[in-house]
Design a protein around this ligand. Structure first.
Ligand SMILES: Nc1nc2c(ncn2[C@@H]2O[C@H](COP(=O)(O)OP(=O)(O)O)[C@@H](O)[C@H]2O)c(=O)[nH]1
Ligand SMILES: [Mg+2]
Length: 562
């Protein structure tokens, strides 16, 4: 694929590219198009393994167009009539020039009747005695040094009443190297030959000949008009009307034009290029069919925004916000467990950790490989959210592509549909909530709270002692005072302890609020990342692979384009 490689691809390269495109089309595009491509690939492999020295030329046409008579005329011997037991040709019959390598080729063609001709195709001079009026305008090409091998086939009628005959014709029209359409002045305009036979092989102009036989039946003055009319029809079929496929007028009866036809056949055989040219045209046809099946347009592909949207949808399905909120509340609960006023802390025991309520309270020690949450399976609404996120993602990625690829991209997005809820669950299980981690400032608050409580208790004990001593009328010195305070030290201790405790509880709660919000945010971020990663694995990657298949398919078709 180097940029320097601009030269037209060889047949081998085109076949390789077609094989690649066909493999990629399999299961994605229309089965008929794929089957056609496979047939072309198989036939090409077979034909290329057989004699490259021989050119197989087949005479095709309607009943009575004169194929067998013309066959004999071209060969210069009455082979067809002697070989055929019935007046209509029921089996393909071969005239073979060049023995070596012809047998396997004829076996592949499944032609049993073979007539080996040891002399070259006769020339005009040799024919002179056979026909009373020879009007060959064509002098013929000079005899080549090493004439190419030739297999000329006389075939059953394509409009035969016998299905068996028609099957033989259908098979061989796909196998011969050169197709010769033999028409006659009466039937040359019949729709069947044009629509069902000539037009489908319109790309095979380089290996197609069109012959108007029986021109002797027309008044000579009408011949040019009839030939023009045939030329127009052939042009409508899509064949070029110059070169090999330009119609020739012949008469198997008088020999008119037979030499011109022979010269064309000789030329084609000697060039030894027809077999390759035929396969080349077949490849073009098969590629065109695949391209049609693929349809126009191009998928939009995966955008970062689409990935974001998918992650959002999956996060919603996974209840990421709910879990993050629970993690925040859990944080507050644990924080206030350390920072709250000692006197009221026992009330905390009655509050359940929101993470535990979600079965997500498992501290730091998790084995991510086996761990799963005990979250209930996704509910209907959550499933619907996940489905809709996946569908939207596939829709966005496929937008602009034709139907088969839209379908295959949608399928790709849902490859792991059944696994998605599990993957989401695993993603949550893998996420480290740090639910049990204590913050350093909790410890500071905890110590200070206990000190505050100690002060309260010490003050109370002191005051109680003073009260008891006074009650029992035991004289005691007055409690000490701190400079500037109207209250005695034990009372101050109690008051200061209570004030400090409440102050710590209040500031602790405010700080816990900040911390909880941070924890909530971080858990949400981590969960979303985990869920997004699960989405990447189960949805984005398969879609990406499918987009790559599309690109590879396109590239393969481009690589075989001439
Ligand atoms: N006038 C005339 N008759 C022909 C010509 N070619 C074939 N025929 C006759 O047309 C009939 C059918 O010929 P045949 O070769 O069996 O046709 P096929 O069915 O296409 O093989 C026979 O009676 C032939 O003699 C031709 O060029 N001119
Ligand atoms: Mg015949």
């Amino acid at each position: 694929m180097s940029p320097a490689k601009q030269a037209a691809p060889t047949l081998s390269e085109r076949l390789t590219a077609l094989a690649r495109a066909t493999d990629l089309a399999e299961g994605r595009l229309d089965d008929d198009a794929v089957a056609t491509a496979r047939t072309v690939l198989d036939r090409a492999a077979e034909r290329r393994s057989l004699s490259a020295d021989h050119t197989v030329v087949g005479f095709f046409g309607a009943t009575g167009s004169g194929k067998s008579t013309l066959f004999n005329a071209v060969v210069g011997r009455e082979i067809a009539r002697t070989a055929a037991r019935r007046p209509t040709t029921s089996q393909p019959l071969a005239a073979v020039w060049g023995e070596a390598g012809s047998e396997p080729l004829l076996d592949w063609l499944d032609v049993a009747q073979r007539h080996h001709v040891d002399t070259p195709l006769p020339t005009r001079q040799e024919d002179a005695g056979r026909w009373s009026r020879v009007k060959g305008r064509f002098t013929g090409a000079p005899a080549p040094e090493a004439p190419g091998g030739l297999i000329l086939l006389d075939l059953p009628d394509f409009d035969s009443v016998s299905l068996h005959h028609r099957t033989i014709v259908q098979r061989l029209v796909g196998m011969v190297d050169v197709v010769v359409w033999v028409v006659d002045p009466q039937k040359y305009a019949d729709a069947i030959i044009h629509q069902e036979f000539i037009a489908p092989l319109a790309r095979h102009g380089a290996v197609t000949m069109v012959v108007m036989n029986q021109v002797d039946r027309l008044p000579p003055a009408e011949v040019p008009a009839v030939m023009r009319s045939l030329e127009e029809l052939v042009a409508e079929d899509g064949l070029p009307t110059t070169g090999l496929s330009k119609p020739v007028a012949v008469s198997a009866l008088t020999g008119e034009g037979v030499e011109a036809l022979r010269a064309r056949i000789r030329q084609v055989a000697d060039s030894r290029a027809a077999a390759g040219a035929r396969l080349d045209a077949d490849v073009t046809d098969a590629a065109e069919l695949l391209a049609q099946a693929s349809g126009g347009g191009e998928p939009a592909g995966i955008t970062p925004q689409a990935e974001e949207r998918l992650a959002d949808g999956l996060a919603q399905a996974a209840n990421v916000s709910g879990i993050a909120r629970a993690a925040g509340k859990s944080y507050t609960l644990h924080a206030t467990g350390h920072t709250g006023w000692i006197a009221t802390r026992w009330l905390q025991k009655f509050r359940k950790d929101p993470l535990r309520r979600l079965n997500l309270d498992r501290g730091d020690s998790v084995n991510p490989e086996v761990n799963r949450t005990s979250l209930p399976p996704l509910g209907a609404a959550q499933r619907a959210a996940a489905d809709s996120a996946v569908r939207t993602f596939a829709h966005d990625a496929a937008s602009g592509a034709a139907e088969p690829w839209t379908r295959s991209l949608r399928q790709a997005a849902r490859t792991h549909e059944a696994r998605l809820p599990d993957a989401i669950d695993q993603a949550i299980a893998r996420t480290d909530f740090r639910a049990r981690r204590t913050s350093w400032w909790w410890i500071v608050f905890d110590v200070l709270q206990w000190l505050a409580m100690l002060a309260v208790v010490a003050g109370l004990v002191w005051l109680l002692g003073l009260f008891l001593l006074e009650y029992f009328q035991i004289p005691v010195p007055p409690p000490p005072y701190v400079e500037g305070f109207p209250l005695p030290v034990p009372t101050l201790l109690v008051l200061a302890g209570v004030v400090l405790g409440l102050f710590l509880a209040l500031t602790g709660r405010i700080l816990a609020g900040f911390g909880a919000r941070m924890r909530e945010r971080s858990v949400r971020r981590k969960l979303r990342a985990s869920v997004a990663e699960a989405g990447q694995r189960t949805v984005v990657e398969p879609v990406r692979a499918e987009l790559e298949a599309f690109a590879a398919f396109r590239a393969a078709l481009a690589a075989l384009r001439r």
